[in-house]
Design a protein around this ligand. Sequence first.
Ligand SMILES: *Cc1c(COP(=O)(O)O)cnc(C)c1O
Length: 361
Amino acid sequence: MSTFLAKSFETIVAYNPGEQLGDDYLKLNANESSQEPSPRVLEVLKNAQKLNYYNDPFQSKLRQKLADLHSLEMSNILVGTGADDVLDLIFRTFFERGDKIAFPKITYPFYKGYADTFGYEALEVPLTKDLHVDLSDYEELPHAVLVVNPDAPTGFLKPLSAIKKLVASHPERLVIVDEAYIDFGGESETAISLVNDFSNVIVVRTFSKSRQLAGARIGYAVACKELIKDMEALKMAVNPFNISLLQEEVALASLEDEFHFEKHVKEIIENRDFLTSALRILGFTVLNSKTNFVYASSKVISGAELYEKLRARHILIRHYATEEVKDFVRISIGTKQEMHRLVSEIDAILKEKDHVKSVNF
Ligand SMILES: *Cc1c(COP(=O)(O)O)cnc(C)c1O
């Protein structure tokens, strides 16, 4: 630590991203896609031009394209360097030190990290016994509310009616809905449909998961014009070129290849169904996921042990030691072949445990 570090940052705790151990590991720990994005994206990168000039600080082409996608206007869209960057801009625009933000106790760890770093008061609302976020717990809270739909890390999809009720119950309170995983079967429940009628809801989306572009860093917010205008003002004041020309071109190329997008999403859903049934056959409890990952636990093997044993077999999954969910592991959905390999390794690990037991007896 240098002597120059601002006092308020002395206790910063770093976010702990999924391990990156190299190409000889099967990486199922960060909800990335294990397949390449659209060939059009790769084409754009090969033919990149005009990098000697500054890009459009209003990102008009990309915002218009996203507006068309959601039947809204460009003034309803703000783009950023991944959903994390968009969330950062939302927080900085609408909150200040000491403000209270409510979110589930078990959720995307970024929120708590952000709140702690910038001195917001995090109101962490416990999940129900069966790990659901009960939105009626939030209705009477006068503070800003942040929810993920479908939920992370459980994968549960909440109905739009429940989100709408939350948004409508306190028009003076901001509700942020993080829809990082909505494309994997949750489209009908998107809160984007509320943007025209409510001026207190912001929806956050990303190209990292369903558009296979985690490394390209593209995300966006959708909200009423006034909210977007406020965020835009802050962005234009401190970081007008917040996404690069390459990010904008890559995002456009991805949006122009809906065939590739839909094929990928369909494949992930099929493979998710396969992994869910295969794990249930192996005795796991697997929550009903509408995302590109599953959340599963077993009575035979602890979450920590399964994570360690798979890691020794060069498969990376995610395990959080938090008390309420320490039995669970989160596994990202990959190709059919990868899912078969995973299931046979888990099967082997369970058989090995059985063997140890019978030797002990
Ligand atoms: C992955 C994820 C993000 C971050 O997305 P980026 O666009 O890669 O920054 C945000 N929220 C949730 C819930 C996520 O799972």
